[in-house]
Design a protein around this ligand. Structure first.
Ligand code: ATP
Length: 200
């Protein structure tokens, strides 16, 4: 089975590409969804986070109070590292658990910060980058999420540059001026190539 790391900047079209790969028959491991589920009430990260940061970082329903936690890590880089030291091994274990359960020929890990994190490259066989110009990223996220251009720009500034991401890629889909049908065709071409390799 081939393990593909799928990444790209905000609004590049990662989720769209992931959905197209799933339609073709790939299994998807969504690392953002896993991270969120770990911090819901009763999630595996809740007890160690409360032990380290106190019950004041939990909401009334027992989930992580994300706004409160963001404030703490914003002010204190060591708190950020401690939070990551709790979350990263749990996310990694949950990803592997989902991966073990999959029997599709292609396993896609959707990892928005793959290039930034440095821990993911060794876990996948190929890195697929979805790329788009910053203007297009901004326009898509403003339309999809109702954000201001400044909000999108602030996130883009925190993420890896397009150049750094492309340098880490085994394959790039340039999702710019493509209709959804044309994007689907590009994804199908890659699927055929990697699917054949994955079943060898
Ligand atoms: P995020 O990092 O914010 O989760 P993403 O990289 O997963 O974003 P998507 O959610 O896949 O990006 O795409 C952003 C928006 O742009 C969506 O509304 C999607 O439908 C739209 N979109 C993506 N690619 C195209 C395209 N080629 N043509 C038209 N719309 C597109």
């Amino acid at each position: 089975m081939h393990r593909i790391g799928l990444t790209g900047g905000i609004g590049s079209g990662k989720s769209t590409v992931a959905a197209l790969l799933v339609e073709l028959g790939a299994a998807l491991v969504d690392t953002d969804a896993i991270a969120r589920s770990l911090t819901l009430p009763g999630g595996a990260a809740i007890a160690p986070i409360a032990a380290r940061f106190g019950a004041e970082v939990l909401s009334a329903d027992g989930s992580l109070d994300r706004a409160r936690m963001r404030e703490i890590v914003f002010q204190d880089p060591s708190a950020k590292r401690q939070l990551e030291a709790i979350l990263h091994p749990l996310i990694g274990a949950a990803c592997e658990h989902q991966a073990d359960a999959a029997d599709q020929p292609l396993l896609v890990f959707d990892v928005p910060l793959l290039v930034e994190s440095g821990r993911w490259r060794a876990r996948v066989d190929r890195v697929l980058v979805v790329d788009a110009t910053e203007g297009t990223q901004r326009r898509r996220v403003m339309t999809r999420s109702g954000w201001s251009g400044e909000q999108v720009d602030a996130v883009i500034a925190q993420q890896a540059t397009r150049t750094a991401r492309r340098a880490a890629a085994d394959a790039v889909i340039f999702n710019e001026n493509l209709t959804l049908q044309e994007l689907a065709q590009e994804v199908r071409t890659l699927w055929l190539e990697w699917h054949v390799e994955g079943t060898r």
